[in-house]
Design a binder for this molecule. Structure first.
Ligand SMILES: Nc1ncnc2c1ncn2[C@@H]1O[C@H](COP(=O)(O)OP(=O)(O)O)[C@@H](O)[C@H]1O
Ligand SMILES: [Mg+2]
Length: 401
């Protein structure tokens, strides 16, 4: 697996159970998957030599991120290495503009969009006549967690585009979103397909904060989302995990984004489903039978743990978070930087709200946002609304900010 972040780390966990030898190509010794004990090579995803070395020692090459240059992937394919997903599918998800074009040309609904050329400001002003303000500017590649996405008005469009290289940005209409949904599915080289229940994700500032599974939507909409994800996966010959993000609006559903790797929207599958997305990714790329994707509980919720604004490290508050009965805490071993994804908490429940309450409460304790009466109760209910304490709460050890 090229990359050694949290996705590789959780794939490594699944590989252990299957007795599969996973080797990761890591930028640094401290990367999450390396810390977790995966076999590793240190090198760059941009170096054909480094990636070829990795491929030479292994049966199949796969990815924990999209940042592997096309030349590298295509060269290795031409040299006969098995690369899954393949370069043709990867190319589409590496470029948000190309993804929009391919999807629209194949008849899928997407937000209206345009690629920006040498005079982006003029183009954006022209598109604003059609779409109105605000509109959305997106870096075609390299963005994640809302980085590279800007919702802009007339006054700030130019400043976002300033200094960008020609052709690296696109613009699209601002969608008045009812809900954001995601389908995580898995497709094998033989075309076998399975998908997990549709999730509803909730973003703040472009980054996923929490999700519930299944999404509280009508069955017909869930079926439509699942069928659309399968059609996209078949259409681009996705192999392994694919995540398809949707916006629902007053007039139906549009596809937002695609990813061809285990995805944040699928982390809850570790506890909530018979087979996790990480195990299914391995099964698919190794030509093994796909695992069942059904839920093992009525509902599940996941809350991401982001680096707190004060720079404090949620790991120092692990003991607090673990007082919440039923919360399943995952920390990725990453340095605490404000806003960075450092972990997530999953909970199962009899309905989405009760699962979400548990996950939120535990995640809030990791964030350092607590109410005194949350501490040490050993069970969870309520909404986790809280305040950062002025001083450490007595009796709970390491609540240092
Ligand atoms: N056209 C749009 N209209 C309204 N909101 C959008 C639009 N595109 C993106 N967003 C918001 O920004 C978030 C991040 O955008 P996305 O394209 O998924 O980039 P990323 O690669 O950062 O996930 C989305 O989940 C959504 O909340
Ligand atoms: Mg997205």
């Amino acid at each position: 697996m090229v990359g050694a972040g949290q996705l590789a780390r959780m794939t490594h966990q699944a590989a252990i159970d299957l007795g599969v030898r996973l080797e990761v190509l890591a930028d640094h010794e401290g990367d999450p998957a390396v810390q977790a004990g995966a076999n590793r090579a240190i090198g760059s995803a941009h170096s054909i030599e480094d990636v070829r070395d990795l491929a030479t020692r292994n049966d199949v090459l796969t990815f924990d991120h999209e940042g592997v240059p096309q030349e590298v992937v295509q060269t290795l394919e031409a040299e006969g290495f098995l690369v899954l997903p393949g370069s043709a599918a990867l190319r589409i998800v590496q470029d948000k503009l190309l993804a929009r074009q391919v999807l629209r040309n194949s008849g899928f609904a997407v937000p209206d969009f345009i690629g920006l050329g040498p005079d982006p400001e003029r183009q954006v002003r022209a598109m604003a006549e059609r779409w109105g303000w605000p509109l959305v500017l997106k870096a075609r590649s390299g963005g994640y967690d809302g980085r590279g996405v800007a919702i802009v008005g007339e006054d700030d469009a130019a400043s976002v585009l300033k200094g960008s290289a020609t052709g690296t940005w696109m613009a699209e209409e601002y969608v008045d979103i009812d809900r954001e949904l995601a389908v995580v599915g898995v497709r094998s080289a033989a075309g076998d397909w399975a998908s997990y229940p549709v999730v509803e994700t909730r973003q703040v500032d472009g980054i996923c904060r929490e999700l519930v599974m299944p999404a509280p939507i009508a069955d017909a909409l869930a079926s439509e989302a699942a069928a659309t994800a399968k059609a996209v996966a078949d259409g681009i010959n996705a192999i392994g995990i694919i995540a398809v993000e949707f916006f629902t609006t007053g007039n139906g559903m549009v596809i937002n984004e695609l990813a061809l790797r285990p995805h944040n929207s699928g982390h809850a599958t570790i506890e909530a489903c018979v087979t996790s997305q990480f195990e299914n990714h391995l099964r698919a790329i190794l030509g093994l039978p796909l695992g069942a994707t059904e839920m093992v509980a009525a509902a599940a919720a996941m809350v991401n743990v982001l680096g707190p604004a004060d720079g404090s490290d949620p790991r120092t508050r692990l003991g607090n978070a673990l007082t919440v009965r039923g919360a399943r805490v995952h920390l990725y071993g990453k340095a605490a930087v404000p806003g960075r994804k450092l972990g997530h908490v999953t909970a199962l429940g009899s309905d989405q709200d009760s699962a979400l309450a548990v996950a939120r409460r535990s995640a809030a304790l990791l964030d350092g946002v607590v109410r005194k009466d949350d501490i040490g109760r050993g069970s969870a209910c309520g909404q986790g609304e809280g305040v950062r304490p002025e001083a450490p709460v007595p009796g709970i050890g390491d609540l240092t900010d």
